[in-house]
Design a binder for this molecule. Structure first.
Ligand code: NAD
Length: 426
């Protein structure tokens, strides 16, 4: 097979998430002996759109922002993936995130492809009015390529339910009728799903519950370190705390707190909400984000952003289980070391798939116009997360590969099967 393989993952540019993703893709494709025609089609995105978004700022001046939407693969259904607002977001990052969505949707077997969006902006410096105008104009630029049957955006870093409500409204104004299923992660009152806000954190709880059984551990004996305290990290920490785990450290972008006897996560998150910082929270030591990652623990949950665990710090990381809440927190080079050290890795495309799973439930409910109770949502989420985790573990055992390679192989095989059955329109 003519696949250009990455023989030594340490040679790739470590901080480029797309290259990191491609290293895993190439390895899995090679092990699957993927047909070269399918490889050629699947290794590139279907479509990339770059837009320039003029926004009238509060000062009265116009500023132009750059935005992207990448639709990576639609073989299994409409594109699905969040929209990220950040000053340093790049097309390469959005491309990697879109591809991860393809593999994630395939690994949990929901009928979506992968997509992702990003706008280069600093939302912290912008007023609500500026953010609304930015969001509406960005949505207007995407109008031809998004839709319930085409591509269904959702929140990601620095976007939220309000952002989704503005996109839904803008799309609906152009369609001349309300189209709730164009986005997920909406407010519950506007066609959102019960349980969506907590879904990614809850999904993490379900897979961590399964993983610790492999070590014959129970929650009260299990020390957890969480990096990030946003939608994923904060909620995962709270749910793990409620389930009896000992959460010993948590952070936000400015740094973290540590207590080897466990932290009262309700109080810590309340303190963060009230003071916008973990600083001066009583009874804990402060740690930098780097120190936090290197704390001895049973389960490490990086739930902030990409490239947190690299060849530079992986040797200092001391956990039994790595549960990746963020997308791409571990570079391909660092991943090799985890494998050698025998750390049990729950890769991002499995560990944080709870969000997209309940997004799928939201899309289904919007299209039916019939909404489920939260316990129904959570039960169905648990079924899918536990089944996907077990599928990946079984695949890893039967193919004698690590769990990340297994997750990629399983996902790529499913996308390849569907592409082959549909045929390549070439
Ligand atoms: P968020 O914006 O709600 O929270 C991010 C958290 O990480 C905040 O606490 C922030 O202070 C912290 N942070 C940001 N940059 C950091 C840095 N450089 N170092 C340390 N901490 C940093 O975002 P989120 O929705 O929780 O998403 C976090 C990650 O999870 C992202 O990689 C995202 O793509 C991924 N993810 C999110 C969802 C979801 O449903 N929200 C689903 C799947 C994956």
């Amino acid at each position: 097979m003519a696949n250009p393989m990455v023989d030594d993952v340490r040679e790739i540019k470590e901080d480029n998430p797309f290259e990191s993703m491609m290293a895993h893709f190439d390895r899995a494709a090679q092990l699957l002996d993927l047909d070269p025609d399918l490889y050629a089609v699947m290794r590139v995105p279907n479509r990339e759109l770059k837009v320039y978004i003029p926004v009238r700022m509060d000062s009265g001046r116009i500023e132009v922002f750059e935005g992207y939407r990448v639709q990576h693969n639609s073989a299994r259904g409409p594109g699905k993936g969040g929209i990220r607002y950040a000053p340093d977001v790049t097309l390469d990052e959005v491309r990697a995130l879109a591809a991860w969505m393809t593999w994630k949707c395939a690994v949990v077997n929901v009928p979506f492809g992968g997509a992702k969006g990003g706008v280069v902006c600093d939302p912290i410096q912008m007023s609500i009015g500026e953010l609304e105008r930015l969001t509406r104009r960005y949505a207007a630029e995407l109008i031809d390529i998004i839709g319930p049957e085409k591509d269904v955006p959702a929140p990601d870093m620095n976007t939220n339910e309000q952002t989704m409500a503005w996109i839904m409204d803008t799309y609906s104004m152009h369609a001349r009728h309300t189209v709730t299923a164009v986005v997920t992660g909406k407010p519950v009152e506007l066609g959102g799903s019960a349980g969506r806000r907590e879904a990614t954190g809850r999904g993490l709880l379900f897979v961590i519950n399964e993983a610790i059984k492999r070590f014959k551990m129970i929650p009260p004996q299990t020390r957890v370190v969480v990096q990030g305290s946003g939608n994923v990290g904060g909620i995962a920490a709270r749910l793990l705390h409620e389930a009896g785990y000992k959460v010993v450290a948590i952070s936000d972008v400015h740094g973290g707190i540590y207590n080897p006897n466990g932290i009262d996560i309700y109080e810590a998150l309340k303190h963060l909400r009230e003071t916008r910082s973990f600083e001066e929270f009583p009874g804990v030591d402060t740690v930098t984000n780097q120190e936090l990652l290197e704390l001895e623990c049973d389960v490490l949950v990086p739930a902030a952003t990409e490239n947190q665990i690299t060849s530079h710090n992986v040797d200092s990381i001391r956990c039994k289980v790595l549960a990746e809440g963020a997308n791409g927190p571990t570079t391909a080079a660092a991943d090799e070391v985890f494998h050698d050290k025998g750390v049990f890795v729950i890769p991002d495309i499995v560990a944080n798939a709870g969000g997209v799973t309940v997004s799928y439930f939201e899309w289904v409910q919007d299209r039916m116009g019939y909404f489920w109770k939260e316990d129904v949502v959570n039960e169905r989420l648990q079924d899918i997360m536990v089944a996907s985790f077990n599928d990946v573990c079984k695949y890893a055992d039967s193919h004698a590969v690590d769990t990340r390679t297994a997750a990629y192989m399983l996902a790529i095989d499913r996308v390849a099967y569907d592409t082959r059955m549909r045929g390549i329109y070439a």
